[in-house]
Design a protein around this ligand. Structure first.
Ligand code: G3H
Ligand code: 13P
Ligand code: ZN
Length: 309
C-alpha cells in the first residue's frame, strides 16, 4: 500500500461511469471511520485536508494519521490538499508528501487563475504530484435561482477547455449549482446538467470534480433537531443528482458537511441519552461508527465506487 496520485483512479472512474469520494479529514476518528468504510466496501479513496484542518490538527498529525490508516488498512490512499489558496501552501503540501493538491484560483480573473494554476502545476508535476484547479464560483443560495448570476458564476464550457489546455492541470472543479455547507438550495434543488454535458463533450476523458456535494441527509438533520440546536432550512444535493453527475465525467465528489452532520448528530444523541457520561471514547466511538456507515452508504449507493479498487 502507498500514498498514490489520482491519475489511474480517475481514468478507471471515468471509463466506469462512477465517482470517487473525497472526504475531508480533521481528526483520528474521522479518518478511521472513512478508512474502515473504504476497506469494507473495497473502494478507492481520497482523503483531503483543508488549510483549516491543517491549522486545527497541526499538519504533521494529519499526515501521520493518514499514514497509520494506510498501513493498518492496507489501502492505497490519495492524500489531497483541499482549496489551496496560494502557491506557498500547495508547495508546502507537495514537499510534505501529499500526492495531490488543489489550487483554488476561482476568485481571481481568468488570466490570473491560469497563471497561478500553471505555476502550481509546473512545481507539482516536477515532483510527481497531480493538481486540481477550479474554474467558476460555487453558487450561493440566491445565485442558483438567478439566471444572470448563474452565467456570471457557473463554469463556462469554452473557458474550461482553454483553462485545461493552458495550465496542464489534471482535474477541474466546476460550478454547476452546488455550494459548500448545509444550505445549498432555497427551493427545488437544481444542477445545471446541460452545462455539465457541454463541458464533458468539449473535454472528453478529462476528470471533473464536484465540490459542495453533501446531500445533507434528513435523518442526520432530524437527529440534530431532535437532540438540540436546530439547523433549519438545511438542504443538500439529492443523491440521484450525484449518481447522474458521476456518469457524466465527474470523477471526484467532495464531501465534508455530511461527515460533520453524522458525527455531530451521533454525539448530540449520546449526550441527551447519557447526560452524566464524560469519557470521550464513549461518544467519539459511536461518532466514528456513524461516519463509517454514512461513507459506506455513499460509496455503495451514490458514488458507485464500491468494489472498484
Ligand atoms: O470546502 C471546504 C471544506 O468543507 C473544508 O472546510 O475549511 O472549514 O476545513 P474547512
Ligand atoms: P460540502 O460542504 O457539500 O460537504 O462540500 C465539501 C467540499 O466541497 C470540500 O471541498
Ligand atoms: Zn470545496
Amino acid at each position: 500500500m502507498a500514498l498514490i496520485t489520482s491519475k489511474e483512479m480517475f481514468k478507471k472512474a471515468y471509463e466506469g461511469g462512477y465517482a470517487v469520494g473525497a472526504f475531508n479529514v480533521n481528526n483520528m476518528e474521522i479518518i478511521q471511520g472513512i478508512v474502515e468504510a473504504a476497506k469494507e466496501e473495497n473502494s478507492p479513496l481520497i482523503l483531503q485536508v483543508s488549510a483549516g484542518a491543517r491549522k486545527y490538527a497541526n499538519p504533521i498529525y494529519l499526515k501521520k494519521l493518514v499514514e497509520a490508516a494506510m498501513e493498518e488498512s492496507g489501502l492505497d490512499i490519495v492524500l489531497h490538499l483541499d482549496h489551496g489558496e496560494d502557491f506557498e501552501i500547495c508547495k508546502q503540501c507537495v514537499d510534505d508528501g501529499f500526492t495531490s493538491v488543489m489550487i483554488d484560483g476561482s476568485k481571481y480573473p481568468f488570466e490570473e487563475n491560469i497563471e497561478l494554476t500553471k505555476r502550481v502545476v509546473d512545481y507539482a508535476h516536477s515532483k510527481g504530484v497531480v493538481v486540481e484547479a477550479e474554474l467558476g464560483r460555487l453558487a450561493g443560495i440566491e445565485d442558483a435561482v438567478n439566471v444572470d448570476a448563474r452565467d456570471a458564476t457557473f463554469t463556462d464550457p469554452d473557458q474550461a477547455v482553454e483553462f485545461v489546455e493552458r495550465t496542464g492541470v489534471d482535474s477541474l472543479a466546476i460550478a454547476i449549482g452546488t455550494s459548500h455547507g448545509a444550505y445549498k438550495f432555497k427551493g427545488e434543488p437544481q444542477l445545471d446538467f446541460e452545462r455539465l454535458e457541454a463541458i464533458t463533450k468539449l473535454l472528453p476523458g478529462f476528470p471533473l470534480v464536484l465540490h459542495g456535494a453533501s446531500s445533507v441527509p434528513k435523518e442526520f438533520v432530524d437527529l440534530c433537531n431532535k437532540y438540540g440546536g436546530e439547523i433549519p432550512g438545511a438542504a443538500g444535493v439529492p443523491e440521484e443528482m450525484l449518481r447522474r453527475a458521476a456518469k457524466m465525467g465527474v470523477c471526484k465528489i467532495n464531501i465534508d458537511t455530511d461527515l460533520r452532520l453524522a458525527l455531530t448528530a451521533s454525539i448530540r444523541k449520546f449526550f441527551v441519552e447519557n447526560p452524566s457520561e464524560f469519557d470521550p471514547r464513549k461518544y467519539l466511538g459511536p461518532g466514528r461508527t456513524a461516519i463509517k456507515d454514512m461513507v459506506a452508504h455513499k460509496m455503495r449507493n451514490v458514488l458507485g465506487c464500491s468494489n472498484k479498487r
